[in-house]
Structures are given as C-alpha cells and as structure tokens.
Write a protein that binds this ligand. Structure first.
Ligand code: MRU
Length: 355
C-alpha cells in the first residue's frame, strides 16, 4: 500500500496522524486540501510530501477554469505558491512543484494537454521515488552486518516516502537479504514519528526493534550497544550539511564521540545545490502546542512557553557518507554530491565506484 495514491481523480493519503492505532485515509480533491494535509502532517516525510504536492499540482490543473495557457499557468503558479508554503524545510516539496511547473510550460498550449501531462508527471515522480528507495536499500544494506544494532531517528520508512523508505529502506533491504540485526528507534519528540510510525512499520516487517526515549541514545552508545546510526534528510546542502528531524544533530555529535559511523540516507531529489551550506536551509518552527500537548495530551498548561523547531542542521563533517540511489557520496561532499546530481540528471544511474 502506497502512502500517496491516485484513484479516479482523487488523491488518497494514509492519515499518519491516526497511526499506529488506526489505519485511516484522507481524500483530497483540490490543491488547497493537499496543502492543508501537508501542513497538518496528514502526510509527512520529505519524499512523501513531494509526491503529494506533485498530485496537488495535477489537481490544480484539473480544477482550473482557465480558457487558455496563460490563465492556466497563472492558476498553477498560485497553486505552487500555496503548496510550497505548506512546509518550508524539505526541498522535495519545492522540487516536485518546480518539476510540475516546467512540465506545464512544456505541455501547453491546450489546457487539456497540460492536465494530462501533470497527472502523468505526478505518477512518474511517485514511481521514481519508489525505484530510488529500492536502489538506496540495495546500496545501503551491506552496511548492516549480522548481529549489528542500528540506531534510527524519526520515520524514514514507507510512510515518509511513496513506498519502501530511505534509511528504513536500508533496514528493510538488509532484513529482506536475511540479515539478523536489531534497530533502536528514537521516539522522536514531540510528534513521536519513531514510536508511532517507525515502530508500526518494523512490526509489520518483522524486524527486531525497541523504542527509546530520545535522551537514551548516549546511554546505549556508551555501553557499546550501537554499531551504526542511520537517519534520513529533508534537505542536503551542496557541502553535505544535512537538515533533518530535530535531534539529528545531537545524535551525530554523540556518534562522533563514540566513534560510530553516522549516515544520512536520501534520494538525490533531497539534495539542494542552491544551498551552499546548511545555514541557507530554512528551518520550520511549528506550533508550541505540539510540545505542550503532544497528540492533544496536555503535559503542561497551554499558556506555558515553548519552542518547537522541527529540524536541525548536522554539519557534513559528522557524516561517514550520504546513501543515495546511485551510490554512497563521501567527503568532500561538495564534489561528490555535485557529481552525483549531474550524473543522475544525465540519466546515467549506474552506481559510481564507492571509494
Ligand atoms: O516533520 P516530518 O515528520 O515530515 O520530518 C521527516 C523527517 O525528518 C525524516 O527523517 C526525513 O524527512 C526523511 S523522510 C524519508
């Protein structure tokens, strides 16, 4: 089952707010509904919101009353702005919307042909995400040895993508290859993507796991009970700095202090060469209510003050590598990432030599 599916003119999303207790769905028939679903995290995870936004653009084209290409492009630009404003950090969202705007410009001039092209492109973006994740899994799985313990943050599984997952896709591929290992899942406060979503996914896959309070990572590292840290990414700057779920940076520093390999795992659609470093990446700050009342359960009075940055930046120097669909990028990342992006754009997806 895909996180994001198109059925008879409707975008169907798994409602990730209801998991793990209920598998429910939300149907979107307008791009505004898609933008709202991205903002309220019905759908979340960088690649998943990128695919949802691509379908949002297709919906905008279908619902437009435009009589000619100029009017339609104006409607699509307005929809693009609304979708991109839904969440600022994961570049996959802006990337997918930009792909759709280019597609619309090339498909004109008839509104009908633009509508058809945008729907086909959204399907292609969704399918390409699944293919990229499977390839990431194959390339990353050898890093997980029999008997290893992997520490993971947030949710990077099928739910965070269209299907299969990135960092948890590597876990899944190693499991499918018959390796026996254990995964420690950070619960990932305040929205608990680890304990609600990653645990739900690993339960279904039959992968051995335990949920940890976020603050317990150092304890287990010091005891020698962690071999490898795998996390996702929401945006990767040209120099390899990684924006990912809040708490990733502290894990990277801890991994360095314990001489543990720390990998970020992401498709190349997450690399943003327009950001020279992590300082150029916008960081989303969400409502303080998520901290004071996680999932609606008050743990402090509503008038107490709180900060809620949704992401942080991990400097590239902490990374052993970035696992992508065409290979593992290594330092110096300014060179390896630029080479990978160029290679992918040229259609040559044969994995380069991993030094
Ligand atoms: O706020 P979220 O849940 O959308 O954040 C998601 C993450 O930070 C993931 O770790 C990242 O997007 C990778 S998803 C494959």
């Amino acid at each position: 089952m895909r996180t994001v599916t198109w059925q008879d003119g409707v975008l169907r999303l798994i409602d990730q707010r209801c998991l793990p207790f209920e598998l429910a769905f939300v149907d979107c028939t307008t791009h505004a509904e898609v933008a709202a679903a991205i903002h309220n995290m019905t759908v979340r995870g960088a690649p998943a919101i990128g695919a949802a936004a691509a379908f949002g653009m297709a919906l905008a084209a279908q619902q437009s009353a435009a009589r000619n290409a100029t009017e339609l492009l104006a409607d699509l630009n307005a929809a693009a702005e609304q979708l991109c404003a839904a969440r600022p950090t994961a570049v996959n969202l802006a990337w997918a919307v930009e792909q759709q705007l280019t597609c619309a410009q090339q498909a004109g001039p008839e509104p009908n042909s633009v509508q058809t092209a945008l729907l086909a492109k959204a399907q292609a973006i969704a399918d390409a995400d699944v293919a990229a994740n499977r390839s990431i899994g194959q390339l990353g799985a050898p890093l997980i040895h029999d008997g290893a313990t992997v520490l993971h943050h947030c949710n990077t599984g099928a739910l965070a993508t269209v299907d299969y997952g990135t960092a948890l896709g590597v876990v899944r591929a190693a499991h499918e290859a018959g390796r026996r290992f254990h995964v420690l899942l950070d619960e990932t406060r305040p929205r608990l993507q680890g304990s609600r979503l990653s645990a739900w996914e690993l339960e279904q896959l039959g992968v051995s796991y335990e949920i940890l309070p976020d603050a317990a990572a150092a304890y287990f590292m010091r005891r020698g009970e962690v071999d490898l840290v795998l996390v996702g990414a929401d945006r990767i700057a040209a120099n390899g700095d990684v924006a990912n779920k809040i708490g990733t940076y502290s894990l990277a520093v801890l991994a360095a202090a314990h001489a543990l390999p720390f990998y970020s795992v992401a498709p190349l659609s997450t690399v943003d060469l327009r950001c020279a470093t992590g300082d150029d990446i916008p960081i989303e700050e969400r409502d303080a209510a998520e901290v004071l009342a996680p999932h609606g359960q008050a743990i402090a009075p509503a008038h107490f003050r709180a900060r809620n940055p949704a992401f942080d930046i991990t400097p590239a120097r902490y990374l052993a590598g970035i696992i992508t669909e065409i290979g593992i990028a290594r330092a110096p990342f300014t060179e390896s990432l630029a080479r990978f992006v160029e290679q992918a754009a040229s259609g040559n997806t044969a994995p380069p030599q991993d030094p």
